[in-house]
Design a protein around this ligand. Structure first.
Ligand code: ADP
Ligand code: UDP
Length: 237
């Protein structure tokens, strides 16, 4: 499978067409951004970590019955995925308060919720990804009610599978963002990536942050945290 034309360059990945109209190749970059793209940098080796970790986790999720876009890992940075029409919602599940939740509601980070929370933002850079609710998403025709129900159920299932897996790795899954897409026949599948860029991971023993917050908050040892997550995930296989 070979790349033909570049279809898109995002902040963290490039997307290429292939000879098969139903498949695209995603290429993961080391570029990192935060705070709506205002903070920019490079995390050496991140592209390879995110590609390999995301593919591995999607495999686990597929085994648990969750349909994903994953097709084939080509090399350290590149993967063939099913081409989808991305549902323009950033789906966020939280197990513990952190980040924008703590800020928005004026609470400290680290509060363990009785049950996971589900929210989504409108994936729209020009509008800075505003938070919205189901009726707003329906009013804007971003997804149908049935699609939103499917997405919610899949996201909560993803949380159960990943939370249990990361616990085996000595890591607490604090929160994460998912994206879903529609295949040509309308089937909803999990797309995009699952990685230290899109999840918060805290060491179960020490509470040390092992994710992109090290970059966002200038905590140092950013590359080391991504490498440590690789060891945890692939060591636990
Ligand atoms: P951003 O667009 O937020 O800068 P990335 O740099 O990660 O993000 O770019 C990857 C783009 O590819 C995102 O817009 C994402 O929604 C999209 N994408 C992810 N998976 C697929 C897929 N299977 N088919 C088509 N597009 C996808
Ligand atoms: N997240 C993401 N992309 C975004 C926004 C959030 O991957 O555009 C992830 C983020 O890494 C965290 C979770 O979603 O794991 C919740 O993020 P939050 O809403 O707290 O926002 P942030 O603090 O990142 O601004």
């Amino acid at each position: 499978m070979e790349k033909t034309t570049q279809l898109y360059e995002g902040k963290a990945k490039k997307v290429y067409a292939t000879a098969d109209p139903n498949l695209v190749i995603v290429s993961y970059k080391d570029d990192a951004t935060a705070f709506d793209g205002t903070k920019k940098g490079t995390i050496r080796g991140k592209g390879a970590v995110n590609n390999r970790m995301s593919n591995f986790l999607m495999g686990k999720l597929a085994a648990a019955g969750i349909p994903t876009h994953f097709v084939e890992e080509l090399n350290d940075r590149e993967t063939v995925v099913k081409k989808v029409e991305i549902v323009p919602l950033e789906v966020i599940i939280r197990n513990v308060s952190a980040g924008s939740f703590a800020k928005r509601y004026g609470v400290e980070e680290g509060i363990v919720f009785d049950e996971p929370t589900f929210e989504f933002s409108y994936k729209n850079d020009d509008l800075h990804d505003p938070l919205l609710n189901t009726s707003h998403a329906l009013a804007l025709h971003l997804a149908t009610r049935q699609e939103i129900d499917t997405i919610r159920a899949m996201a909560l299932k993803v949380n159960e599978v990943l939370r249990a897996f990361f616990a085996e790795c000595g890591v607490r899954l604090i929160d994460f963002k998912l994206e879903f897409g529609r295949l040509a026949d309308g089937t909803i599948v999990l797309a995009d990536e699952i990685s230290p860029d899109t999840c918060r991971f805290w060491d179960a023993r020490t509470g040390e942050k092992l994710d992109k917050d090290r970059f966002r908050r200038d905590l140092g040892s950013v590359e080391e945290a991504y490498e440590e997550m690789m060891r945890r995930v692939f060591g636990a296989r």
